[in-house]
Each structure stands twice: as C-alpha cells, then as structure tokens.
Design a protein around this ligand. Structure first.
Ligand SMILES: [Fe+2]
Ligand SMILES: [Fe+2]
Length: 370
C-alpha cells in the first residue's frame, strides 16, 4: 500500500499539488511527509487521507490515465486544423490600396444593425476573457504535463479569436473603440472564480458546453451580420469552425472520464450542466446585452437546451447503468435539466415585451426589439 501511495504522490503530487489551491496545501505537505515516511518505514498512516482527499487523488489518477488519449486527440486536432491568422483574413489582397480597402470596409460596415453590433460586442468580450480560462486550466490541470501542452495550444488558438474580433471591429468602426476597451478592462479586472469546488472533472463539462455555445453564437452572429458586411461572415465562420474542434476535444475527454469514473463524472456534470456562468455576468449591462442577443435569435436558452440535450446523448448519460446511489442521483438530476430549460425558455418568451435599448458601446443610438 505504501508503494502505491508513494507512487501516486511522486507522480501526481508535484504535478497537481499546486494545481489544487490553498486548501490542499496541507494535504500535499502531508503527502510529502508520507513519502518520507514511506521511504523509511514502509508503512502508511491511512488516516491522513480523508475521503475528500482520496476522491481528489482518484480524479488525479484518472487524469493521468487519460494522458495518452490527450496526446492522440491533440495530434488529430492539429492534423485537421487550418491555421489562419487575423491579418491574413483582414489585410487587403495583394495589389489593393490599403486605404481604399479600409474605406470600403467602413462604408459597408455602416449597415451592420445594432443588434448585430451587440452580438459582436458580447462575442468579442467573451473571447477576450481568455486570461481567466488559461489560468483556470493551468490551476486545475497543472503546468507540466500533456495537459499543460494542450492548455498552451488551445490558448494560442483562442488568442486569435479575440484579436481578429478586436481588429475587425476597430477597422470597420463597429464600436466606440474606447468604450469597448474599457469594458474589456473591467471584465478582466473583475476576475472569474466559478464554483468548481476544486473538481478537475468540472473543467471538461464547462468547456464542452462553452465551446459549443460560442460556436453557435459566432456562427449565428456571422450569418446575421454578413447580410450587411460579408467580411465578418468569413471571420466568424473561421472562428466558429475552431470552436467546433475545441468542442470535439473537450467532449471526448469527458466521455473518457465518464468511462473511467462514471459516478464522480456524473456528479461533476450535474453541478455544471443546469446553467453555465458566463464570466461577463458582472459586467455593466451584461443582462441587457444578452437579452438583445436572445431577441435577435442569435443565442438564447433554447440554444443552451439543444447543447445540453446533445451532450446528454453524446455522453450516453441516459443509458448509463451500474451506478452507485450518488451516480444515480446525479444522473436523475441531469435528465431533469432539459424540461427545466424548456420551462425557463417558455416563461422568458411569455414575459418578453417590445423594448427599446441603447448602449454607449454602439454610440447610444436607441433601437427597438420585439
Ligand atoms: Fe474562442
Ligand atoms: Fe474555443
């Protein structure tokens, strides 16, 4: 037994020790003592590992066990990826006068409707929240394994999403440029601490949902805004395709988690799936901005419902059996989510009355929505 625990400490302790936050500092200090103890006496004071710590250790083992799969998923992700860069999509084609190119873009972009501008603002800010997510992945998955390599690759890809939306909207004059940058500043300054309770499994549930949600939102915004200005359609189609590939990665990882640890996997999913907190929720006007996007049918509770149903099916949550009490309770909770989301969407739609909006980020013009 000592051997097994010493091994776990050696393999996982250094990699994930820092990753699990302050409350675990003592635990990892204990683990270190335990290792010394093992080295000398070859016995283990089993009482030093309480059930919560044991649960965390077993999750860490599952993550370690998944490393070969992550390697494979990363290789196939990179093999399929078409790596584009913001300047390639936005710069004038060779031979075209840059000033003329920019002037023509600005002229076309004048037609972009206010609801489409609101959707672009929310999409841009969501992408620019990347520092929050890079940090969360590093904290929950560690900084010296294949998980860190994935985090860095994913961050490099995501960084282009915020960059291209910032550059496009600046070139095209979509926003008051200072207002959008101040919103971004406040949003990053506010931090983002989702209630993941130091559970690394929740990272994969959240990221699966969020990648798919951003894919839908970018694709719909692109279709909507490109009626007026086609470049934004191309930009957002490229971004949405990349979100789809990230979604494939995260949902595959979580499927493998469920195969290895179905009960704890379901518990994690049942905590996240009812609703995902968007980091921008505390931003000024966030709810009104989201209301506009819902009314424009770009992204709303019915889209979230479809994503939840899709993941329940992909993860085979409805047909999982052989669960313990905890797993069965979590499964029931998850299976009740779609009906609850339908009720929320129904109520929201029934309560919706025509309303006027005005936001300083889009020059305070008043516009009305059904
Ligand atoms: Fe993105
Ligand atoms: Fe993504």
């Amino acid at each position: 037994m000592c051997e097994a625990i010493c091994y776990r400490e050696a393999v996982f302790g250094s990699r994930f020790g820092l990753a699990l936050g302050n409350a675990f500092a003592d635990f990892w200090a204990d683990s270190l003592l335990l290792r010394n103890h093992c080295g000398v006496v070859n016995t283990v004071p089993g009482s030093s590992v309480n059930p919560v710590e044991a649960e965390t250790l077993s999750k860490i083992e599952v993550l370690s066990d998944l490393e070969p799969l992550v390697n494979e998923l990363m290789a196939s992700h990179e093999a399929k990826r078409v790596l584009w860069f913001p300047a390639e999509l936005l710069e004038p084609p060779p031979g075209e006068d840059p000033d003329r190119h920019l002037k023509a873009l600005r002229e076309r972009a004048r037609g972009i409707s206010d609801p489409a501008r609101v959707a672009l603002a929310l999409n841009l800010l969501t992408e620019e929240g990347l520092p929050h997510f890079h940090r969360l992945l590093a904290v929950y998955l560690g900084t010296d394994s294949i998980w860190a390599k994935w985090n860095n690759l994913w961050t490099a890809e995501e960084d282009r999403h915020g960059a291209i939306l910032h550059d496009y909207t600046r070139d095209a004059g979509v926003f008051d440029p200072v207002v959008i940058e101040k919103m971004q500043f406040e949003y990053i300054k506010a931090g983002f601490e989702p209630e993941w309770d130091r559970d690394p499994y929740r990272v994969f549930v959240y990221t699966s949902l969020q990648e798919r949600a951003t894919q839908v939102s970018h694709a719909n915004t692109g279709k909507f805004a490109s009626q007026y200005e086609p470049t934004i359609g191309t930009v957002l189609a490229n971004v949405a395709k990349e979100e789809a590939r990230h979604y494939t990665f995260y949902r595959s990882v979580f499927k493998a988690v469920l195969e290895r640890d179905p009960n704890q996997g379901l518990v994690a999913a049942s905590k996240i799936m009812p609703a995902i907190d968007m980091p921008g929720v505390n931003m000024p006007h966030f709810r009104e901005l989201a209301d506009v996007v819902r009314r424009a049918e770009i992204y709303g509770p019915r889209d979230y419902l479809r994503i939840v149903e899709e993941l329940i099916k992909y993860w085979s949550i409805d047909t999982m059996d052989g669960l313990n009490d905890l797993g069965r309770a979590a499964q029931e909770k998850i299976m009740a989510i779609p009906a609850r989301l339908v009720r929320i969407a129904d109520i929201m739609e029934q309560k919706t009355k025509p309303k006027s909006f005005a936001f300083d980020v889009i020059f305070n013009r008043e516009f009305a929505m059904e």
